[in-house]
Design a protein around this ligand. Structure first.
Ligand code: PHE
Length: 465
C-alpha cells in the first residue's frame, strides 16, 4: 500500500542522482583539506597515490553503499537489518554517524555564512585582521545565529523532498560551483607578488608545488604516511560509511546505470579536489610562501582572508565568490547528512518527512549550540589519542570520522565480502545487463584489501600505530 507518506521519493534520473551524490562528496574536505595535504605530502606523489586509491579503494566502498541502498530501498538505519537481521546494529551505528556530524557541520557552515556575508557587504577586509576569527567563534551569540541560518537552509531544502528539494538544488548549485572554482583558479594562476625581501613568487610556481613530485625527504616511512593521509582524505571526501550513499542509492531509479554513475561521482569529487588545489596553493604560495598552508579552519578563515586582502582592489570580489562557492559546497553536503537521518527516521518510525526533518533539526540545533559554546562558556582543551588538541567540535569530529566511520566501513566489508558475498552487489549493479568494469578488483578489494586498510586507519586514529 502506498500513500503520500509511505511512497518513496526518487531522483528523476541519472544526472540528478550524480549531482546530488557529488554534492555530498564535494565539501569542505575538498576545499581545505585536500590542498593542504597535497602541499605537505610531496605534491605530485600525493596526487598519484590519491588517484590510485580513489579508483580502487574509494570505488569499492562507494559502489557497495549505493548498491545496498538501491537493492534494499531502505535508509541506512534499516538497510543492514534488511540484508541480514542480525546486522541491524551496524545500521544503528551508520545512522548515528550523521547525527553526530550534522551539528558541528552546521556550526562550520555558519562560519562560512558569516564570512560570505562579510565579503558581500564590503567588510571582507576586517576578516583579515589579527584575531578576527578567534574573536568571532568565541562570541556568545553570533556563531549560534549563523549556525541556525545554515541549519534552516539545509532543512528547507530537505523538506522539499528528494526530487523537488535535493535534486533541484544540486542541479543549480553544482554547475555554479564548478564555474566559480574555475574562475578563481585561473585568477590564482595569474598572480604574482614581490615581498619585502625583493623575492617574486608567481602562481605558476605555486602550481608546481602541487603537481611536481618532491622527492627530497622521500623514504619508505614518508611514503606510508602519504598513503595513510590519502586514504583518510579519500574516505572522508567520498562521504562513505555514514549512510549517506545508502540513502541516496535507495532513491536511485532501477534503470539507472549504477556503475557509470559511480564513475561520474568519482571524477567530479576528484576533479574538484584537484581544482581546489590549483586554486588555493598558488594563491597562498604567492602571498605567504609555503608557510601559509595550514590544516583546517586556519587555512580558510585566517590565511585566505589575508591572501584576498593582499590582492588589492580585486580581493573583495574574489573573497565573495570564494565564500559563495564554499557555501554551495557545504550546503549540498549538509543536506546529504540531514537526508541520511531523515530517511532513517521515516523508514524506521513511519513518520512524515516533515516530522523527521523537524526532529533531526531540533537535535542538531541543541547539539550545535553546545558546540558553539565549546569556544566560550564550555571551553576546555584536551589531547586526543592521535595527539591533536581538541574542543567539543574536534571531539565530535574525531569520534565520528576517525573511530565510528572506519568501524562502519569494516562492518560493511565483512557483511558484503564474507557473509552475503560480493555477488549481491555485482548482481544489483548489472541487473539491466550493464557491464561491471572493475569486477575482479572489486571482489579482492571488498574481501581483503579494504578491510585491512581500514583497520590500519582505525589503529592509527587510536594512536596504537
Ligand atoms: N565529503 C565531504 C567533503 O569532502 C564532507 C562530508 C562529511 C560530507 C560528512 C558529508 C558528510 O568535504
Amino acid at each position: 500500500m502506498e500513500n503520500e507518506t509511505t511512497k518513496r521519493n526518487s531522483f528523476t534520473g541519472s544526472i540528478g542522482f550524480v549531482l546530488a551524490a557529488a554534492g555530498s562528496a564535494v565539501g569542505l574536505g575538498n576545499i581545505w583539506r585536500f590542498p593542504y595535504l597535497a602541499a605537505r605530502d610531496g605534491g605530485g606523489m600525493f596526487l598519484v597515490v590519491y588517484l590510485v586509491l580513489a579508483l580502487t579503494f574509494g570505488f569499492t566502498l562507494l559502489i557497495t553503499e549505493v548498491a545496498i541502498g538501491r537493492k534494499t530501498k531502505q535508509s541506512p538505519l534499516t538497510a543492514y537489518g534488511e540484508l541480514r537481521k542480525r546486522w541491524k546494529p551496524l545500521g544503528i551505528l551508520a545512522c548515528l554517524v550523521p547525527m553526530i556530524i550534522m551539528p558541528y557541520y552546521c556550526v562550520i557552515g555558519g562560519w562560512v555564512v558569516k564570512y560570505f556575508l562579510a565579503f558581500l557587504t564590503g567588510s571582507g577586509a576586517q576578516t583579515a585582521e589579527e584575531g578576527y576569527f578567534g574573536a568571532f567563534i568565541s562570541d556568545s551569540s553570533s556563531p549560534i545565529g549563523m549556525t541556525i541560518v545554515f541549519l534552516f537552509l539545509s532543512m528547507i531544502i530537505v523538506l522539499g523532498g528528494v526530487d523537488k528539494g535535493i535534486e533541484k538544488f544540486s542541479k543549480v548549485v553544482m554547475p555554479a560551483l564548478v564555474i566559480l572554482i574555475l574562475i578563481i583558479s585561473i585568477f590564482s594562476l595569474t598572480l604574482s607578488y614581490t615581498d619585502a625581501d625583493g623575492v617574486t613568487r608567481t602562481g605558476m610556481e605555486g602550481l608546481k608545488i602541487l603537481f611536481v613530485p618532491d622527492f627530497t625527504d622521500f623514504s619508505l616511512k614518508s611514503f606510508a604516511g602519504t598513503m595513510m593521509d590519502a586514504m583518510g582524505q579519500l574516505f572522508y571526501s567520498l562521504s562513505v560509511a555514514m549512510g549517506i550513499m545508502i540513502a541516496y542509492g535507495s532513491y536511485m531509479r532501477d534503470d539507472t546505470n549504477l556503475s557509470k554513475a559511480i564513475g561520474q561521482i568519482e571524477i567530479f569529487d576528484t576533479g574538484i579536489a584537484f581544482l581546489a588545489g590549483a586554486m588555493i596553493i598558488p594563491a597562498v604560495f604567492v602571498f605567504m610562501g609555503k608557510d601559509g598552508m595550514q590544516a583546517g579552519p586556519g587555512l580558510m578563515f585566517v590565511s585566505l582572508p589575508r591572501v584576498f586582502q593582499q590582492m588589492g582592489p580585486f580581493g573583495g570580489y574574489v573573497g565573495c565568490l570564494f565564500f559563495a562557492m564554499v557555501l554551495f559546497a557545504a550546503t549540498t553536503s549538509a543536506v546529504s547528512i540531514l537526508e541520511a537521518v531523515v530517511a532513517s527516521f521515516m523508514d524506521q518510525f513511519h513518520v512524515t518527512r516533515k516530522t523527521a526533518v523537524l526532529s533531526e533539526g531540533a537535535i542538531a540545533l541543541i547539539l550545535g549550540i553546545i558546540v558553539c559554546m565549546g569556544y566560550n562558556k564550555l571551553f576546555f582543551n584536551i589531547k586526543l589519542p592521535n595527539g591533536a588538541d581538541a574542543q567539543i567540535l574536534d571531539i565530535m569530529d574525531y569520534v565520528s570520522n576517525n573511530l565510528m566511520m572506519p568501524v562502519v566501513a569494516i562492518g560493511t566489508c565483512i557483511l558484503i565480502g564474507w557473509i552475503i558475498k560480493p555477488d549481491v552487489i555485482i548482481k544489483e549493479v548489472t541487473k539491466n545487463g550493464e557491464k561491471f568494469g572493475r569486477r575482479g578488483l572489486f571482489i579482492v578489494m571488498i574481501k581483503f584489501v579494504a578491510p585491512v586498510l581500514l583497520a590500519v586507519l582505525l589503529l592509527k586514529a587510536l594512536g596504537v600505530i
